[in-house]
Write a protein that binds this ligand. Structure first.
Ligand SMILES: C[S@@+](CC[C@H](N)C(=O)[O-])C[C@H]1O[C@@H](n2cnc3c(N)ncnc32)[C@H](O)[C@@H]1O
Length: 388
């Protein structure tokens, strides 16, 4: 079953041979003892803890994402690695395999029972070059520093100075970075001025880092099945949004036909006022609201005067492709639709030459923002996203 799982990932994700071999070897099911073998070896997240509200607080991440992040980490035998977010311990198991007996892995989890379970599972699988620590990963683990690699497996809102201090100067850090509701697993290296530059970025979702580095996303329900999720301390006028979504809407069709996910388009909307994630299922179309672009919803914007997002429709232009559209509700719906549409066309013009994004982390207040798609001032740093 392990081989079948890895074969399935390798078909599309181009994993390195070393990562694929580690994932074939480590007994994943030992780390998720409450799951069935089928669940353990399906290429999906296995949730292992939830809070009282039912929100997942720990899991084994999806194997495809673990594999891609392990490749981003560029591990070699003998390396020392710090992981923030031990979870089930399975990713630490893969890392121990990749750094070999001459390497060492320190993995931290903030939840004592989670750390204990990870310790037990790692011991069961015979891993010896790994230490599981219970604590707040915000502070890293100085006792085992310096590290060749730092990896976070929870969504980080900012990069704590402790991770940077504990990483060797030529070290590499892989962090699922949260940027106004967009998360990318970013492999960062540092230049001689102390600026971090992305080497690669993988589109993903992660439960947020808790503890002292915590900046929790806010989910606000504005209609049945329609939730606005905001991040980065943005403000929302909830009553105005409830009124807006109940208002008549505007939809504009762009004539742009799409057949693949649109990672990059989100960044072309990212500096709009009220940029946010709108979570809503396709079934809202039955109530007369436009269908969001993705099954889970779409990126869009929410202001006191309008709420809008990307939408899609099949045909009439082509039976297999869908046409990208924009929609908005509220007193300023037309202005919001115009703004969203302008962004879609800007992305459409750029997408022949722009293949991805370059993400930089500068000291607070620094860095040239002239050609930026997105600039976010965090607590300790400034994140700048540019077209690449
Ligand atoms: C998605 S799970 C990690 C998946 C894990 N690496 C695996 O392979 O099973 C995220 C974990 O991060 C932990 N976490 C969240 N905030 C943390 C923090 N500040 N320090 C350490 N662990 C944290 C959570 O308790 C949770 O277990």
């Amino acid at each position: 079953m392990r081989n079948a799982m890895v074969d399935g990932i390798v078909k599309w994700a181009k994993l390195s041979d070393a990562t694929a071999a580690a994932m074939r070897k480590v007994e994943r099911h030992r780390f998720v003892p409450a799951a069935t073998l089928k669940e353990a070896y399906t290429d999906d997240t296995v949730v292992t803890r939830r809070d009282e509200a039912g929100i997942a607080t720990s899991s084994a991440s999806a194997p495809w994402l673990q594999g891609m992040m392990l490749d981003q980490l560029e591990l070699r035998p003998g390396m020392t690695v710090l992981e923030i977010g031990a979870g089930t311990g399975v990713n630490a198991g893969y890392v121990t395999e990749l750094v070999g007996p001459s390497g060492h892995v320190t993995t931290i989890d903030i939840q004592p029972d989670v750390a204990e379970d990870a310790r037990t599972a790692l011991a069961l699988t015979g891993a010896t070059n790994v230490e599981v620590i219970c604590g707040d990963g915000e502070y890293g683990y100085p006792a085992n520093a310096p590290y060749d690699r730092v990896i976070a497996t929870a969504g980080a809102w900012d990069i704590p100075e402790h991770w940077v201090e504990q990483l060797k100067p030529d070290g590499l850090m892989v962090v699922p970075l949260r940027m106004n509701g967009l998360t990318r697993s970013v492999a960062f290296t540092r230049d001689e001025h102390g600026v971090w530059h992305s080497k690669s970025a993988v589109n993903c979702g992660f439960m947020p880092v808790r503890g002292d580095g915590e900046v929790i996303e806010t989910n606000v329900q504005i209609a049945k099945d329609v939730v606005v999720r905001i991040d980065d301390g943005q403000d929302l006028d909830v009553e105005a949004l409830k009124d807006a979504i109940a208002d008549s809407g505007e939809v504009e069709w762009t004539g742009i036909l799409i057949d693949a996910p649109l990672d990059l388009l989100d960044f072309y909307m990212a500096d709009m006022d009220g940029f946010c994630r709108i979570l809503a299922p396709p079934s809202i179309a039955e109530r007369g609201l436009a269908e969001p672009m993705n099954g889970w919803g779409s990126m869009g914007a929410a202001t006191p005067d309008a709420v809008g997002y990307l939408t899609k429709r099949y045909g009439p232009l082509h039976p297999k492709l869908y046409e990208l559209g924009t929609c908005a509700y509220g007193p300023q719906a037309q202005a919001m639709v115009d703004e969203l549409t302008k962004r879609v066309y800007a992305w459409d013009r750029a997408r022949k030459s722009v293949t991805g994004v370059h993400i930089e982390i500068h000291p607070s207040g620094q860095g040239d923002t002239a050609d930026a798609l997105m600039t976010i001032d965090k607590r300790h740093s400034r994140v700048i996203v540019r077209p690449a």
